[in-house]
Design a protein around this ligand. Structure first.
Ligand SMILES: *Cc1c(COP(=O)(O)O)cnc(C)c1O
Length: 367
């Protein structure tokens, strides 16, 4: 927490606005809209925001929706909520994000079959933007709208523009592990005010205007609470600081491993600023002298938690019967990728300990 969160949360209690309407919500939305420059809607989670976004695009049972394969499962689950079918698109090595060339080939194939997807979900992995210019150009050519999953990328930029302002709809997450948090929460954003208004209606149970409880559309209980919006207001004040802290941690690791063979930092694409939400590295076992899994085990033995890079969606039991285009790059990144401790609250001393264990492990174990 940054400090002001408690003040805004206390205001919610003292004014008794503790539910899903109130001054903090209005203010948080106004402040967020000012920050990214387009209208926003605060919700109970990023996952809820993706669900509403897909419904805004008219995704229905039987439709197909393209999605980056290298991501967290929450990116793709809402496709199933709508009864639609995910189609997964591989990453490239340049940014670990959706490969525009694979996307283009997939859309061309689908257009030939007269079976274009209803939407494309593009993930900004670990806070680094996908290469949006070619992706948006290809999707526009085929008339397919783009949903930006910027859950990990609040504060990132692409060619000077904020992540989450490039697609027709975008989503953010304020889950506890993200750049800033409301304990749990999310946000939908769109340049199109009418889309945001429609999502607001659905997120509050789709109650028709008037005195009686009349409903003519399916609704959800997806709104953020005014207490949590207060936490968000405080967190927004320290967003730039949190991004700077995450980036400092990533680059401290990078510098500390610069002389070690076989360990390489996640590429930093030239088109923008990454939040470096997680500090990710690739292990080349023969050169590093130890496999990725042996490194995770060595860290674990020192009571340090580390994790593989996300398991690609096309390899998950939940999704492995669905179609995918490519997938070998994401699978390789999953096999060799490691996420090191990355929290903005990680102390320099604790990070030095992580660095020491990685350095001691390099070359110390058999592959
Ligand atoms: C965290 C995350 C989500 C989901 O956000 P929640 O607020 O936890 O529902 C979606 N996509 C990605 C890429 C995420 O990292």
């Amino acid at each position: 927490m940054g400090g002001a969160e408690q003040v805004y949360a206390d205001e919610a209690f003292s004014s008794n606005w503790v539910s899903t309407v109130g001054p903090n919500l209005n203010a948080f939305e106004a402040e967020m809209a000012r920050r990214i420059g387009i209208p926003v809607l605060c919700l109970s989670s990023g996952t809820a925001a993706i669900h509403l976004g897909l419904r805004l695009f008219g995704v229905e049972p039987g439709d197909e929706v393209f999605c980056s394969t290298l991501t967290f499962a929450a990116s793709a689950n809402p496709i199933l909520y709508q009864g639609a079918k995910p189609v997964f698109i591989d990453s490239d090595y340049a940014s670990w994000n959706m490969d525009p060339a694979v996307l283009e080939a997939a859309l061309r194939r689908k257009a030939d079959q007269n079976r274009l997807p209803r939407a494309v979900i593009v993930v900004h992995l670990y806070g680094q933007c996908a290469d949006m210019d070619p992706i948006l150009e290809i999707c526009a050519r085929y008339g397919v709208p783009v949903l930006e999953d910027a859950a990990e990328a609040l504060g990132a930029t692409y060619k000077g523009k904020p992540a989450g302002t490039l697609g027709a709809i975008s989503i953010f997450s304020f889950n506890g592990n993200k750049i800033i948090t409301t304990s749990g929460g999310g946000m939908l954003a769109s340049r199109d005010q009418s889309m945001v208004a429609k999502a607001r209606f659905w997120s509050t149970q789709s109650r028709d205007p008037g005195l009686a409880y009349e409903h003519s559309e399916i609704g959800y209980n997806y709104r953020m609470s005014n207490v949590l919006a207060g936490i968000g207001r405080g967190q927004l004040q320290v967003l730039d600081q949190r991004v700077a802290e995450r980036r400092a941690i990533s680059f401290r690791y990078r510098d500390a491993f610069a002389d070690l063979p076989g360990i390489s930092f996640m590429p930093q694409a030239p088109w923008g600023l990454s939040t470096n939400w997680l500090s990710c590295f690739l292990i080349d076992a023969p050169r590093f002298g130890c496999s990725r899994d042996a490194l995770i085990a060595a860290l674990d033995a020192a009571n340090i938690e580390s994790r593989p890079v996300w398991k690609p969606m096309h390899l998950l039991k939940l999704f492995d019967t669905y179609e995918s285009f490519g997938g070998g790059v994401a699978a390789d990144l999953f096999d060799r990728g490691i996420c090191l401790p990355s929290s903005s609250s990680l102390s320099v001393e604790d990070q030095q300990r992580v660095i020491q264990v990685v350095r001691n492990t390099a070359g110390a174990r058999s592959v």
